[in-house]
Write a protein that binds this ligand. Structure first.
Ligand code: AKG
Length: 291
């Protein structure tokens, strides 16, 4: 574990959030700049968050507005291999394992989120996320989940930083919570990790030439099947998914529920069929484990 990351993981466990400065080298983020430009350069709106139906309400004040989610796109992204690879970056996965105290973790949500200063009012009320599970939260090893924003651009005070209230266990009346919130500002490559029982919200831009890009990545222990958001198996016939899988390792793919080599699912026929389905995937680890 990179120095300082263990402390950040512990802070997430105990205070409900951590800002992990420089988790991923800026050079790795900058290498994805063309992919981000490509992703948002065309009309790729896909109603990722299924939010379009609930409208925008008043343009004033703190509220959820459908337009706040217009810049969300579901992973993986066509023609964006460097951006896609960030979602399985070893530093990100190592942090998720440390925070969840589990070596076998799954990604259950992956998306990109762009926001631009201007017409949309991004101010939200403080809220907790109840839409990742049908169960009430139990924030303990084995039963918890980890929500993260990997910053793909520098997020300063004027760049619509997420705001949150540390220490979810503290008993503060709702209307006083705003007095305790902090702005999660950080440079690109940093990670905001938060628990769903932490009060948090989106905020608006403070200057009109600003934008903000994050990778939204949520993890769960492999055994905590009750968490979910994206249904990656829907991508089984998708060319974007085949493109992403090329060159990935068994550990990368296990994050999305693809059984590791040696799993009972694998026999000579299923290994061969997997190789045919994903021409860019090195099947050798799966072949070796058959012997
Ligand atoms: O984008 C952000 O800064 C936070 C958004 C958020 O909390 C939400 O949409 O539930």
């Amino acid at each position: 574990m990179i120095p300082g990351r263990a402390e950040a993981a512990q802070q997430w466990q105990e205070q409900g959030y951590a800002i992990v400065d420089g988790l991923i080298p800026e050079a790795d983020i900058d290498a994805a700049a063309d992919d981000i430009a490509r992703l948002y350069g065309g009309d790729t709106f896909d109603n990722y968050n299924q939010a379009k139906g609930f409208g925008d309400g008043s343009p004033e004040g703190k509220q959820f507005r459908a337009s706040q989610f217009d810049g969300m796109r579901g992973f993986p992204f066509a023609g964006c291999p460097t951006l896609n690879a960030l979602y399985v970056h070893p530093n990100l996965v190592a942090f998720a394992r440390a925070a969840l105290q589990d070596d076998d973790v799954r990604i259950y949500q992956a998306a990109a989120w762009g926001k631009w200063a201007g017409e949309i009012n991004y101010e939200q009320p403080l809220h907790q996320d109840g839409n990742h599970s049908l169960l009430p939260p139990r924030m303990e090893p084995g039963f918890w989940h980890l929500e993260t924003f990997l910053y793909l651009s520098d997020v300063d005070e004027d760049c619509a930083p997420p705001r949150l209230v540390p220490n979810p266990e503290a008993t503060v009346p709702y209307n006083e919570l705003y007095e305790h919130e902090i702005a999660a500002t950080a440079k690109r490559g940093s990670l905001l990790a938060y628990r769903s029982d932490v009060w948090h919200r989106g905020s608006d831009f403070g200057r009109d030439d600003a934008s903000r890009f994050v990778a939204v990545v949520a993890f769960r222990p492999a055994s905590a099947e009750w968490f979910g958001y994206d249904a990656f198996p829907r991508l089984g016939g998708s060319g974007h998914w085949i493109e992403f899988v090329a060159g990935k390792t068994p550990d990368d793919l296990a994050l999305f529920g693809i059984p590791r080599p040696g799993h009972l699912y694998w026999n000579a026929a299923s290994v061969e069929a997997m190789g045919a389905k994903y021409p860019g995937l090195d099947m050798q680890p799966w072949i070796d484990a058959l012997r």
